[in-house]
Design a binder for this molecule. Structure first.
Ligand code: NAD
Ligand code: ZN
Length: 351
């Protein structure tokens, strides 16, 4: 089969590989819609996972089942399914402990384009099919469905980690597709005021559509100072970080109230340490929690989040600014995610 791969640092291209073997609990899919992610960009162009060779990229998409193992109960060839970016080993102790993202090792629930070949291939192997894929409801298009792999669950996970509650003021730093879904997630969880930090007009407009009440730009100076001005010095209840760098945590802790939460879903592709300002952190006694997490994968999460789209509580179309047809456009899509032109939020490619 052919696949679009990271050949080495800063190098991508098409390669040939063996079609994956299907174990008794596994499924083999062919892609119907796929989408490149900023995480693919961190992996290839920042070397965030180290120098990988011939690793097929991609972890977002909708596929059609071509083959299933003899122990798979709920899926059959021809089914259209959502492919979660994270496909944990459900029997692992970490999964039983509530952190399936780290089943059998840190981040090891993230298999596509990390622990094994990704979804930009003629065939896609899914471990533990019954636990990991979900039927795409007929009300959802394949392009919309591709946003359920990673953008929706990651953004909503940011809001979950922040434990957003009714009436709160929430700051969302970075409003690319993930941050926009964090805005939507915070809005769904009942935030009253949502201050979104972004610089591109298209993202600001989408953020307002998803529930942002205020927009500020990190290009207009320190985020903390701007937020303090907007909140009469009080700061915010929660911060969700979906963009920026290791230095962004300093600004987040500077504006969150005592007892607040800083929830990070950004993939920190470079830098060795994050800095937490001692005084703003209450001299170590401010009850400010800083937490970061990989999105939860698995079938249940896909089914529940897709319900929001099925019943028209969430529309991902404002994210889909660039639509392509044909596998050959995958490189174009990846380069768009790397270069982030003004009119881009997220590309999707139908096969
Ligand atoms: P993106 O690059 O499209 O969006 C990030 C936004 O942050 C950009 O619009 C950028 O302009 C903005 N930004 C840059 N510097 C900033 C700063 N200093 N302050 C505020 N904003 C700043 O990326 P995305 O696709 O939305 O993904 C966001 C991050 O989430 C990426 O790092 C991605 O790899 C990561 N990610 C994490 C998970 C997870 O499970 N935790 C899953 C998917 C993606
Ligand atoms: Zn991703």
């Amino acid at each position: 089969m052919k696949g679009f791969a990271m050949l080495g640092l800063n190098k991508v291209g098409w390669i040939e590989k063996e079609k994956p073997a299907v174990g008794p609990m596994d499924a083999l899919l062919r892609p119907l819609a796929i989408s490149p992610c900023t995480s693919d960009v961190h992996t290839v162009y920042e070397g965030a996972l180290g120098d990988r060779h011939n690793l097929i990229l991609g972890h977002e998409g909708v596929g059609e089942v071509v083959e299933v193992g003899n122990l798979v109960k709920d899926f059959k060839p021809g089914d259209k399914v959502i492919i979660p970016a994270i496909t944990p080993d459900w029997e692992a102790v970490e999964s039983q402990n509530g952190f399936s993202q780290h089943s059998n090792g840190m981040l090891n629930g993230w298999k596509f384009s990390n622990a094994k070949d990704g979804v930009f291939a003629d065939f896609i192997h899914v471990n533990e099919a019954d636990g990991n894929i979900a039927i795409l409801p007929p009300e959802i298009t394949i392009e919309e469905g591709a946003m359920l792999s990673d953008m929706v669950p990651t953004g909503f996970h940011g809001a979950d980690l922040a434990e957003v509650a009714f009436g709160e003021t929430v700051l969302v730093i970075g409003i690319g597709p993930v941050g926009l879904m964090a805005v939507a997630g915070a809005n769904h969880r009942g935030a009253a005021r949502i201050i979104a930090v972004g610089s591109r007009e298209i993202c600001a407009k989408a953020a307002k559509g998803y529930g942002a009440t205020d927009i500020i730009s990190y290009k207009n100076g320190d985020i903390a100072t701007q937020v303090k001005d907007l909140t009469k010095g009080k700061g915010v209840d929660k911060v969700i970080i979906a963009g920026g760098t290791v230095d962004t945590f300093e600004e987040a802790v500077n504006v969150v109230r005592p007892g607040g939460i800083v929830s990070n879903i950004n993939y920190l592709g470079s830098g060795d340490y994050i800095k937490i300002p001692r005084v703003a952190w209450g001299l170590g006694m401010g009850h400010i929690r800083v937490v970061g997490g990989l999105m939860p994968g698995g079938r249940k999460n896909m089914e529940y989040l897709s319900n929001l789209m099925k019943y028209k509580k969430l529309d991902v179309n404002p994210l889909l600014t660039h639509r392509f047809k044909g596998f050959e456009n995958i490189e174009k899509g990846l380069l768009l995610m790397k270069d982030k032109p003004k009119d881009l939020i997220k590309p999707v490619i139908t096969i």
